[in-house]
Design a protein around this ligand. Sequence first.
Ligand code: OGA
Ligand code: MN
Length: 282
Amino acid sequence: MKVKPTDATLGAVVTGIELASLEAQTWRGVEDAFHEHAVLIFPSQHLSAEAQVTFGARFGRLEQLVPGMEIVPISNQRKDGSLLADSEHQMQVLIGNEGWHTDSSYMPISAKASILSAHVLPDAGGETEWADMRAAYDALDDAMRARIEGLAAYHSLFHSQAKIGHRAKVGAGYGFYEGEPPLRPLLKRHPVTGRTALYIGRHAYGIPGLSEQASEQLLTDLVNFACQPPRTLQHRWSVGDVVIWDNRCVLHRVRPYDHRQARVMQHTRIQGDPATESALSA
Ligand code: OGA
Ligand code: MN
């Protein structure tokens, strides 16, 4: 197995292994690299759905974004090959992914990691990007660190979707549930590495103690500061590539593409540890 770090503060390209048949020692190497680099790119793996689920389950319990399903398409194409219109609920959720976010921060237990594999790709655009929230925290000045220490924000998928003009209904899909959104500190200590990371992104809003406007301004300023080189990494996909990222310390987003072309990815999401990824309010 070869682990080649990228030029950014996060991410490595891993070659010389087959994720579909990992031996115990190789798996330990993958897990160590995951903790160190936070984003691992495995080119040309061509995993079956079953093999992706098996790989994901090594990291922990899998979230079911659709009841009974541990792998779900992130796709603008229906089973019959037709494409979704931008106005449809599912497409609005995919368009939401164009904003920097971390997965399942709006759920009572946020995600540990997510896996994406590429199956059908548009001719241009549709890259995925990640940003290193550990390095972003390290780069903050003392005044900003002092300002955000002790602050928390609510995380809601209704809220983030409303910001792009999508008014979703309760029960419309994963994350669109009734009840109080989770409240989460702006600073997150990584349960394995102990590193402090900014925990922000598009689902975050409404910092208690700040006006709505001051909260929005602070969260926007933090994302704009954090998601800059050398802390960002872009992957231009080839069919068969697999990427895993650590939602506890990185943000991600998809870049725009022409929705008249199909883009089919398969997504597996690993649930966080209730001991460390539960909301403050839980
Ligand atoms: C996701 C996501 C981005 C992409 O799967 O959680 O945000 O590139 N995907 O499709
Ligand atoms: Mn996502």
